[in-house]
Design a protein around this ligand. Structure first.
Ligand code: GLA
Ligand code: ZN
Length: 681
């Protein structure tokens, strides 16, 4: 079946949960009126409506939903229709114990809550098929339905401390099956897990149990395979939902992903979805230096675009503040537009919110929404949303022709993450994502667009690849890096890379890329808090955060050395020519200025820097993304000022502001939280 694309619009709207208001027709009327006022053109409908759609087992009541879809459609508002498995009705949880997840201590959860079904349960699969099929049959070809929203935030908040997993006997049995498919024999499995240590040899598949706080919790290979299995098993459920709705519908299928959500390998997930979508909830204004939050939020957006290297959808964001944060600070004037345009700048073709209207009760009654409990459309938040909706309408035709197409990539890999964080070594936890983000932040500071790729993605087409803390080398990764560098690419990597293979077994002999890097790696020191050391690069010195790898330059040239300690003078930064290309190695984990200066240097060498012509470096807190068009003149630059105050940017070329039509050149004083959208003249 041919899967259709979305209509050519920048979508603006959000989660609409009218099931809360079915007994208040005046509210439903007002919703339509206010949606039009807010320039809303799309809602996500029925996400948690299973209880109202199937009030009793097997008795479907879909007409109320049909009425709402019709009315929205008649008023020019499209529907992204949800399958309602995000929250199970009570009859299901009470009547069939197996649908409820089991925690790693073996205790089954009580009924209640959401995102908590067992992905292996045959009963859950059957009930899901029933409701999903009924919805698809009835609404799958409705002209107002433009896409499917499968479930909600799969695995979000599930399991022990949100690890996403169900540890029930059905899941344990599926885990053993999954392992049999991967290893075929117990000999292979025992080798991969290094089971001859601590008398761990498995002699029967039934001896295998998921990692648990009251059982095996330290075996690296088991922990890594369990993480892979959990992601695959929940994906298997998602694929079944997708296939059921596709029986009667050719609309594209999405599910709302959560950025770098730890339990699910979204690179694998994205391959099964027609379009990627994101729920994003940064805590704006928490820190005086907004660049930290802005770059973290940019990471989530950029990751989503990179998964398919296509525009994605911002499916949820909050128009003001959430209710679940430690401090729920309101968005300052200007921040709503800026944070929403940040999504568009990074490749989103939508700005959607959770949720349209605040409910009167329940756990999220104080979560920010477009329509508040009081004052209808007469609120600051509503006006901010309506203004943004109007802006999106104005820029849509230009933006929809474009997408970011950077020539630099940074490697972020879920399996590497699970392996490095699950291994006891160096620092516990290692905290891959946090350390990795220091590199991403440098790209953001320099206004450099970058793709985020994993170890399986092609490396061709990029001039620069940065791979921080790439501890695991999976499959033929090292060979592909060798080819990339020999062919003229620039490869940057760091300490704690090339340590283990895909089974988390350590490489022996030498670093798998020792020829490319031109170095020999030895130990890694972790500086205690009271020790300070620096990297000396020519006349510059940079503070080290904590890790100092001890390496020896063989073919490589030394660009920086350690200042102190017993390894003073050892290489801290090296570069090696390899074939037509170059490979850099950064031996220590440093403080921020190092990354910015280093990246600036390699960006200049590789021509991958900021494509907007500005004088000198971008001011702190200001970044740029470029959405490229097919024609050079179609390219758009989003210049985003995350500072609260005015900030001057000096343009070295002449651009046109596509919203005001004004020419922009020379010094331009941007307002606090302003976003300019420019094209070349
Ligand atoms: C998630 C969920 C929504 C809502 C919001 C609140 O993203 O998908 O249903 O609970 O969080 O921030
Ligand atoms: Zn289970």
């Amino acid at each position: 079946m041919k899967i259709r694309k979305l209509p050519e619009k920048l979508l603006h709207g959000g989660d609409y949960n009218p099931d809360q208001w079915l007994d208040c027709p005046e509210v439903l009327e007002e919703d339509i009126r206010l949606m039009k006022e807010a320039h809303v053109n799309c809602v996500s409908l029925g996400i948690f409506a299973w209880g109202k759609l199937e009030p009793e087992e097997g008795r479907y009541e879909l007409d109320w939903l049909g009425g709402i879809i019709d009315r929205l459609y008649d008023n020019g508002i499209s529907t992204i229709l949800a399958t309602p498995t995000g929250a199970m009705p009570h009859w299901l949880q009470e009547n069939y114990e197996e649908v409820r997840q089991v925690l790693s201590n073996g205790i089954r959860k009580l009924p209640g809550g959401r995102h908590n079904f067992c992905p292996s349960s045959p009963v859950m699969r059957k009930k899901m098929q029933g409701i999903d099929r009924a919805l698809s049959k009835k609404f799958g070809k409705h002209p107002g339905v433009i896409a499917w929203h499968l479930s909600n935030e799969y695995a979000g908040g599930a399991g022990d401390n949100g690890d996403g997993a169900c540890y029930c006997p059905l899941c344990q049995a599926n885990f053993r099956k999954w392992l049999k498919e991967r290893y075929h024999t117990l000999d292979n499995l025992n080798h991969a897990w290094w089971n001859s240590f601590w008398s761990n040899d498995i002699t029967d598949w039934e001896q295998i149990h998921a990692p648990s706080t009251i059982g095996e919790s330290t075996l690296d290979g088991l922990k890594l395979d369990w993480r892979r299995f959990v992601s695959d098993q929940i994906l298997d459920f998602c694929k079944e939902e997708r296939d059921v709705v596709r029986e009667f519908s050719d609309r594209p299928v999405v599910t709302n992903l959560m950025g770098a959500f730890y339990p699910l390998d979204y690179f694998k997930w994205a391959k099964e979805l027609d379009i990627v979508s994101l729920d994003n909830y940064p805590f704006w204004h928490y820190m005086e230096d907004e660049s930290l939050m802005a770059s973290a939020s940019s990471f989530a957006h950029t990751l989503m675009r990179s998964l398919k290297k296509q525009p994605y959808l911002l499916m949820e964001s909050v128009p003001s503040a959430v209710q679940w944060g430690p401090k729920n600070t309101l968005k300052r004037p200007g921040m709503h537009a800026l944070s929403s345009l940040q999504a568009i700048a990074c490749g989103s073709d939508s700005v959607q919110y959770f949720q349209w209207r605040k409910g009167r009760g329940g756990s999220e009654k104080y979560h920010g929404a477009v329509v508040d409990h009081k004052n209808g459309g007469n609120t600051r938040v509503f006006r901010d949303v309506a203004d943004l909706g109007e802006r999106l309408e104005d820029i849509a035709s230009r933006v929809l022709r474009t997408c970011n197409r950077p020539r630099a990539a940074i490697v972020f890999d879920w399996e590497n993450r699970w392996a490095v964080d699950g291994t006891a070594a160096v620092t516990n936890p290692f905290d891959y994502t946090h350390r990795w983000q220091r590199y991403y932040r440098a790209f953001w500071d320099l206004g450099m667009d970058v793709d985020i790729i994993n170890m399986d993605d092609p490396l061709e087409g990029y001039s620069l690849i940065v791979a921080p803390y790439n501890y695991m080398y999976r499959g033929d990764y090292a060979d592909r890096v060798r080819k990339f560098t020999a062919g003229g690419g620039t490869y940057v990597t760091t300490c704690w890379s090339g340590e283990v293979d895909e089974s988390s077994l350590c490489f022996t002999g030498k670093h798998p890329l020792s020829d490319v890097l031109g170095i020999r790696t030895e130990e890694i020191d972790v500086m205690p808090d009271y020790v300070h050391n620096r990297v000396i690069c020519g006349d510059k010195a940079y503070d080290i955060q904590d890790l100092c790898a001890l390496v020896h330059a063989e073919a490589a040239e030394v660009l920086g050395t350690y200042e102190k300690d017993f390894y003073a003078g050892y290489p801290a930064v090296t570069v090696n020519r390899y074939g037509e290309g170059k490979a850099y190695f950064i031996a220590s984990a440093n403080e921020e200025p190092f990354y910015r200066d280093f990246l600036k240097m390699v960006a200049e060498e590789t021509g991958t820097g900021c494509t907007l012509k500005v004088s000198g470096e971008l001011p702190k807190g200001v970044t740029v993304n470029e959405r490229r068009g097919e024609e050079e003149n179609d390219s758009l630059w989003f210049v985003q000022n995350f500072n609260a105050g005015e900030t001057a940017v000096v343009f070295e070329d002449t651009y046109r502001d596509i919203e005001t039509g004004e020419e922009v050149s020379g010094e331009c004083v941007m307002k606090g939280y302003q976003c300019l959208i420019l094209k070349k003249i």
